[in-house]
Design a protein around this ligand. Structure first.
Ligand code: MG
Length: 491
C-alpha cells in the first residue's frame, strides 16, 4: 500500500529517527537513548522472551519522552486514533545502512524533508550511563584485581550480549568466558530467553560446581535479571530488591542524589517494606507494570523499585534494567567484601525473611479462570471472611484483610482497579490471585504465596509455604475447577 496524499494535520511530522547499531537496542538502553537525545518517544519492536518471527512472538511497544512505557491515557488515545486512520505513508525506496554509525539523510519526495536517520552506539550511551552510576574502578578491582571473584553472566542470546561484553569484559576486565550466549539471535538459540530457574539452564549448570562466585541471567531485551550466588544460590527478585535497598548507599549514584522513595509491585514480597520502615524511606505499593513506577520517578518521589517477576531498577531510566541490577549486586559485594550468600544471610538475620513463591497455572480454560476469580472475589468480599481462620497441620492463619487491590496514583490521582485479589493474614502472610493474561491458548492464573519468619530464616521455601498453598487451593478450588494437579511453573 502506498499513499502520497497529505497526512492529517494532527500527525507530528517526524523528521529524525534514531536507531541502534545493527537495529538493536536493549530496552534499558532504549530508555537511556530516548532520554539522552530528548526524543519525543520511542518505538520498540520486541519478541518479548519467546522465539520471534512470523510463527513466534512479536510486539510493538511505545515509550514516551520520559523513556518509559506509555500510560493508559496515552495508549487509549493511540487506540482511539488508530480507529480513524484512513491512510499511511510508506517509503519503499528508503534503504538504511544499519551497520554504519552516524547520520544518513534521505530525500523523500519533499515529504518529511529533510528526513534524517541516525545510527547510534546505544551500547556506548548505556555504558556511559553506568559509568556515572557505579564506581568502575572498584568494580574492576573486584572483577580483575589481585583477589578477584569469578562471575558468569548469561545473555541468553538476547540483545544484551554486546552490553555485557563491552562493560564486563572490555571495561571491567572479566575474561571472555564470564559472558555466555552473548551473540543476539532471532530465535534466542531456540530457547526461551527467560531469566529464571527453569529456562536459564546453561547458567545454572555452569554455576553448580562452585567455580563462579556470582551469576546473572538476562532476558531477551535485557530488562529483567536473575541473580545467583555460588553453587547457583537463587536470590528471589523480592529479596534482591530488598538487599539493594538496604545497601543502596554503596552505589555512588544514590550517595550523590539521595533516595527519595522505594517501591514494589503489589505481588512482590514485603521484604522491601521492612527496609523502608527501618530506613524511614517512603514506600509505594503499585500495580504490576513499570509505568506506575515511572510516574513516581518523574515526580521525584521514587529512586529504587522492583517486581517479583525479575524486574529491578533505579530512577536513572524509566524501565527495568537487568545489567544495572547485576552491577548493583557486584557493587554491594565489592563494598561489603562479602559473598552473595553472606549478604543474603545477613539481610535475613537483620530483618527476618519473607518466604515467597509464585505458582503459575498456564493455558487454563478461560471460563474456568474467570469463574474462579469471580467466586473468590465474592467470597472474600463477604463481611464474615475477615477474621476467618484457616488451619493446616499446626499452622493457623487468621484473615486480617481481603480485597481486590486498587491503586490511586499519588501523582495524578488516577485510579487503577482489579489488580489482584489479596488475602492478608494477621501475621503478614499473604495469598494473592491474579488473572495475568489471556491468549488463544487460554488464561494464566498466578497464585503468590508469602509468609514472614522473624527467627527461622534458613528453612526451605516450599516447605514453609506448603500450608499456605493448601489454603490457597482450598479457597480457590483451582485444581477441582481446571482438572490440574499442580502449577505449570513454580518460581
Ligand atoms: Mg523483557
Amino acid at each position: 500500500m502506498k499513499s502520497h496524499r497529505h497526512l492529517p494535520v494532527t500527525f507530528p511530522q517526524v523528521g529524525r529517527l534514531i536507531v541502534g547499531h545493527h537495529g538493536l537496542m536493549s530496552t534499558p538502553a532504549c530508555s537511556c537513548v530516548i532520554r539522552k537525545f530528548k526524543a519525543i518517544g520511542g518505538i520498540i519492536l520486541t519478541a518479548s522472551h519467546n522465539p520471534a518471527g512470523p510463527d513466534g512472538d512479536f510486539g510493538i511497544k511505545f515509550s514516551t519522552a520520559n523513556g518509559g512505557p506509555a500510560n493508559d491515557a496515552i495508549t487509549n488515545k493511540i487506540y482511539q486514533i488508530s480507529r480513524t486512520i484512513e491512510e499511511f505513508a510508506i517509503c519503499p525506496g528508503l534503504r538504511l545502512d544499519l551497520t554504519t554509525l552516524g547520520k544518513q539523510t534521505f530525500d523523500l519526495e519533499n515529504k518529511f524533508k529533510p528526513f534524517t536517520v541516525e545510527i547510534v552506539d546505544a551500547v556506548e550511551s548505556y555504558a556511559n550511563l553506568m559509568r556515572n552510576i557505579f564506581d568502575f574502578a572498584a568494580l574492576k578491582e573486584l572483577l580483575s584485581g589481585e583477589d578477584h571473584i569469578k562471575i558468569r553472566l548469561d545473555a541468553m542470546h538476547g540483545v544484551v550480549g554486546p552490553y555485557v561484553k563491552r562493560i564486563l569484559c572490555d571495561e571491567l576486565g572479566c575474561p571472555d568466558n564470564c559472558a555466555i550466549n552473548c551473540v543476539p539471535m532471532e530465535d534466542f538459540g531456540g530457547h526461551r530467553a527467560d531469566p529464571n530457574l527453569i529456562y536459564a539452564v546453561d547458567l545454572i549448570d555452569s554455576m553448580r560446581d562452585g567455580e563462579y562466585d556470582f551469576g546473572a541471567a538476562f532476558d531477551s531485551d535485557g530488562d529483567r535479571n536473575m541473580i545467583l550466588g555460588k553453587h547457583g544460590l537463587f536470590v528471589t527478585p523480592s529479596d534482591s530488591l530488598a538487599v539493594i535497598a538496604d545497601n543502596i548507599f554503596c552505589i555512588p549514584y544514590f550517595q550523590h542524589r539521595g533516595v527519595r522513595g522505594l517501591a514494589r509491585s503489589m505481588p512482590t514480597s514485603a521484604a522491601l517494606d521492612r527496609v523502608a520502615k527501618a530506613t524511614k524511606i517512603e514506600l509505594y505499593e503499585t500495580p504490576t507494570g513499570w509505568k506506575f513506577f515511572g510516574n513516581l520517578m518523574d515526580a521525584g518521589r521514587l529512586s529504587l523499585c522492583g517486581e517479583e517477576s525479575f524486574g529491578t531498577s533505579g530512577d536513572h531510566i524509566r524501565e527495568k534494567d537487568g545489567l544495572w541490577a547485576a552491577l548493583a549486586w557486584l557493587t554491594i559485594m565489592a563494598s561489603r567484601r562479602q559473598s552473595v550468600e553472606e549478604i543474603l544471610q545477613y539481610h535475613w538475620i537483620k530483618y527476618g525473611r519473607n518466604y515467597f513463591t509464585r505458582y503459575d497455572y498456564e493455558n487454563i480454560d478461560i471460563d474456568a479462570a474467570c469463574e474462579m476469580m469471580e467466586d473468590v472475589e465474592l467470597l472474600i468480599a463477604d463481611k464474615t471472611f475477615v477474621r476467618q481462620r484457616f488451619a493446616v497441620e499446626d499452622k493457623i492463619y487468621q484473615v486480617e484483610k481481603a480485597d481486590n487491590f486498587e491503586y490511586t496514583d499519588p501523582v495524578d490521582s488516577s485510579i487503577t482497579r482489579n489488580q489482584g485479589l489479596r488475602i492478608i493474614f494477621s501475621d503478614g502472610s499473604r495469598i494473592i490471585y491474579r488473572l495475568s493474561g489471556t491468549s488463544s491458548d487460554g488464561a494464566t492464573v498466578r497464585i503468590y504465596l508469602e509468609t514472614y519468619e522473624k527467627e527461622a530464616v534458613f528453612q526451605e521455601t516450599q516447605v514453609v509455604l506448603a500450608p499456605l498453598a493448601t489454603i490457597a487451593l482450598k479457597i480457590s478450588q483451582l485444581h477441582h475447577r481446571t482438572g490440574r494437579t499442580g502449577p505449570s511453573v513454580i518460581t
